[in-house]
Design a protein around this ligand. Structure first.
Ligand code: NCD
Length: 304
């Protein structure tokens, strides 16, 4: 891992990923040992889009390391409403914090913003682009439940706008993973992502029907249709409600299938799945804290 900006999963190597995952496993096994390691460190939070898990787990991680956060708050209550540019906002906030976490609706915004600051900048989602820290916690979860090598994974839902999908797909090219993408035709992977996956030598297949691949899968990663990214509400309604699973759907799956979801879910996983041994999405969300503790500590150079 380069100890600087975290912008795209394309920049993550297998070695870098394993370093973070190993450190996260250590933190999870002995959280008390990490306490105080970042005493006095401040993390700046700039979220220009809604967030529950990402923002709260970064906050929990920083506080559990003994540091604290300074939060821009909602866009409505910030100077953004006065017309401040993103470049100016991050240049100001870097003076208040030792690292920045940025979520923004424009693809490419994190890369652009990182060029204006010297402290590490972490992309917590740039539009339909990338969400690399979600990927690290996804990989941590997959490694724990199914293993990262000789993995058969199905990724279902909004593959066009889903930034967690784009990041995960890139990161998995570092491992021996067969990736099956299941979506309506209108929400297939963007051409640029498909191109990069081919370039990286990834084994990928695309499907419109989950039943074609479900019995083979070790992991099924379900995503929400990204309603806020549709230019046209009627286009959203045409695909909303498709690609849902329930406990009956999973009767055709292997007993040890791991079902993941970055959350929030809308209706793509029925609540009866929660009671099955397949459901891993709440654990997945919880894994965000040790993983982000590990990542922050590596970026900020914690003493061990
Ligand atoms: C995701 C996101 O923001 O991209 N949420 C998250 O960080 N866990 C997924 C989503 O919003 O659907």
């Amino acid at each position: 891992m380069r100890h600087d900006h975290v912008i795209s999963a394309k920049d993550l190597s297998r070695e870098g990923i394993e370093e973070v995952l190993d450190r996260a496993a250590e933190v999870a096994a002995d959280p008390a040992a990490a306490r105080g390691r970042q005493a006095g460190t401040l993390l700046g939070l700039c979220f220009f889009e809604p967030s529950t898990r990402t923002k709260m787990s970064f906050t929990a991680a920083m506080k559990r390391l003994g540091g604290d956060v300074v939060d821009m708050g909602s866009v409505e209550s910030s100077s953004v409403t006065k017309g401040e540019s993103l470049a100016d906002t991050v240049r100001v906030v870097e003076g208040y914090a030792d690292a920045l976490v940025l979520r923004h609706p424009s693809e490419g915004s994190a890369k652009m913003a990182s060029e204006y600051v010297d402290v590490p900048l972490i992309n917590a989602g740039d539009g339909a682009g990338q969400h690399p820290t979600q990927t690290l916690l996804d990989l941590y979860t997959i490694r724990k439940s199914a293993g990262l090598d000789d993995l058969t994974i199905g990724v279902m839902g909004d593959l066009k706008y889903g930034r967690t999908v784009h990041s995960l797909a890139h990161a998995l090219t570092n491992f021996d993973a067969r990736q099956h993408f299941v979506s309506p035709e209108s929400l297939q992977l963007p051409r640029s992502v498909r191109y990069d996956l081919h370039e990286a030598g990834a084994s990928i297949r695309e499907h419109t029907d989950l039943t074609e691949v479900l019995p083979e899968l070790d992991v099924l990663y379900v995503t929400r249709i990204q309603r806020e990214r549709f230019a046209d509400e009627t286009e959203y309604r045409a695909v909303a409600g498709e690609y849902q699973i329930d406990a009956d759907t999973l009767a055709a799956a292997r007993d040890d299938l791991t079902v993941m979801h970055p959350l929030p879910r809308v209706d793509e996983i029925a609540h009866d799945v929660d009671e099955t041994d397949h459901a891993t999405y709440f654990q997945q969300a919880h894994n965000g804290v040790p993983m982000r503790m590990a990542l922050l500590d590596l970026l900020l150079g914690g003493d061990r």
